[in-house]
Design a protein around this ligand. Structure first.
Ligand code: CA
Length: 219
């Protein structure tokens, strides 16, 4: 998943970023409200973790404005403000969940999965499509019941495609998910991962839409 982390506290941000990267996510970190507003504008993020007390612009303002402009990316507020009014204001401003600092990183990861699942209209955490089973909690993948071993990046590509069967993701969108901003991108990385996934899951698992991108066939 591509995660936008908006947090001005360096220690918290680094701890969250490290944990999420170990979990296979790509994390783009920004530290103030004005940059957050800009980043949310062209949001290519799967999920946003938003602190409320930020330099330049308050997190709640940024969230309200992004929602009023039609940004649909799921947002989890991460804040030290634990009073009821702040929670209510956060959720009523368009947040999907609200987590009070200090929080446990495992709980954050679980809430992220829960929010993403609901956003995709699914109750079951396991994604199952055309004989492929992907478990975002354990990172296990199988095809027709047989376990398949994937690298972290192969897993990320497959998960992105499986979340919306039939939807085409361009190479650039997949690169964003794999590397985020400023990551060094090997020129044919996406092709290499897709090739590996086809070898492991079957050549029909991922379809190339020439000149557009890739998708998992809807069936
Ligand atoms: Ca803060």
């Amino acid at each position: 998943m591509r995660v936008l982390l908006v947090e001005d506290d360096r220690m918290i941000a680094e701890a969250v970023r490290t944990a999420l990267q170990q979990d296979g996510h790509t994390v783009d970190w920004i530290r103030d409200g004005a940059s957050a507003a800009a980043a949310l504008d062209g949001s290519g993020f799967d999920i946003v973790l938003l602190d409320l007390g930020l330099p330049k612009r308050a997190g709640l303002d940024v969230l309200r404005e992004a929602r009023s402009r039609g940004t649909t990316a799921p947002v989890i507020i991460i804040t030290a403000r634990d009073d009821v009014q702040s929670r209510v204001a956060g959720l009523d401003s368009g947040a999907d969940d609200y987590l009070v600092k200090p929080f446990d990183l495992d709980e954050l990861a679980a809430r992220m999965r829960s929010v993403l699942r609901r956003g995709a209209g699914r109750g079951d955490p396991v994604i199952e499509h055309a004989g492929i089973r992907l478990n975002p909690v354990t990172h296990e993948v199988s095809r027709s019941g047989e376990p398949v071993a994937l690298s972290a990046r192969e897993f990320a590509v497959l998960e992105a495609l499986l979340l919306r069967p039939g939807a085409i993701l361009s190479r650039a969108q997949l690169e964003d998910r794999l590397y985020g901003w400023g990551g060094e991108i090997e020129s044919n990385a996406v092709e290499v991962y897709v090739h590996a996934l086809r070898r492991k899951l079957g050549s029909d698992a991922i379809r190339t839409v020439r000149g557009v991108g890739y998708c998992v066939p809807k069936r």
